[in-house]
Design a protein around this ligand. Structure first.
Ligand SMILES: [Fe+2]
Length: 277
């Protein structure tokens, strides 16, 4: 009887370990189709792949293969490519080199890029790899003579404040310095908790990360904890709408201080522009 019980407990532990491993290493692709106002005809079907919060995780080529298979028009990286607790600049740069071979890559910083204290080194590597780094600036993407705008903002940690209220004020001031939104305008910003600012500014689609899906996701409840929002956060994944603004939050791909995801697989976002089906 005792032997049977030990076997059952061992089997349950083994299954739980296998489930945790799968839940942290297998990449889930989430697909969206969003229609911004005034989308030029040439951009119908334009495919954006979002990579967020990789935190120096090396998926051994599987992530690169998945991204390439989607045949994106552009790839956007929304911060925390490097990790404060296990900083590895060469791993981050190597990933950037590989994705740059697939499609044009646009990048914004996360709070970890600020915390590592080696952002200039990372930035030099990313630029050499061919990544377009957007630091509070807007670029245009053209297709058949038509264009959309893509804006990227530095993480609010780069405003120099650690307090969320002060960051909000400084970040808001940075947003106001940007050129007025004109036509279809997409924003890359690490932080989802400032959604009201993105909507106020009139962006069409915002790609964010940072929340890691709440790290642990409970059935019927959702994400448990995110930095800066605390327990049971409002913005931890999915698409959120306010007026014409839609915010896409990636659950991210890696882990940081808390090394496990539970019921929250690493997520790769594939977003096509066009009529919602
Ligand atoms: Fe973050």
């Amino acid at each position: 009887m005792k032997k049977k019980l030990i076997i059952i407990i061992a089997a349950v532990l083994l299954l739980a370990a296998a489930g945790l491993f799968w839940g942290n290493k297998s990449i889930e692709v989430t697909r969206y189709r969003l229609l911004p106002e005034n989308l030029p005809e040439s951009f119908r079907g334009f495919r954006i792949v979002q990579v967020s919060d990789l935190h120096n995780t090396d998926f051994g080529g599987r992530l690169i293969e998945k991204i390439a298979a989607e045949k994106p028009d552009i790839i956007v990286i929304t911060g925390d490519l490097a990790d404060y607790y296990s900083t590895d600049i060469p791993v981050a740069v190597d990933f950037a080199k590989k994705v740059c071979e697939i499609a044009p890559v646009y990048y914004v910083t996360g709070n970890h890029e600020y915390r590592i204290g080696r952002y200039e080194e990372l930035k030099a590597g990313l630029e050499a790899a061919g990544v377009e780094i957007l630091e509070n600036e807007t670029v245009e993407i053209s297709r058949n003579g038509e264009k959309i705008s893509l804006t990227g903002v530095n993480d609010p940690a780069f405003t120099g404040s650690k307090l969320i209220d002060e960051q909000y004020i400084a970040f808001s001031a940075e947003l106001k310095k940007l050129p007025a939104v004109n036509g279809t305008n997409i924003l890359l910003s690490h932080r989802p908790e400032f959604f009201s600012l993105y909507a106020e500014y009139g962006f069409d689609i915002v790609f964010c990360g940072h929340a890691h899906g709440g790290q642990v996701r409970l059935p019927f409840i959702g994400g448990v904890f995110t930095p800066d929002q605390g327990f049971f956060p409002k913005y931890s994944e999915g698409v959120h709408s306010s007026g014409k603004t839609k915010m896409v939050i990636s659950r991210g791909l890696g882990n940081s201080a808390f090394p496990l995801r539970i019921f929250n697989r690493p997520e790769l976002i594939v977003c096509d522009l066009g009529e919602e089906k």
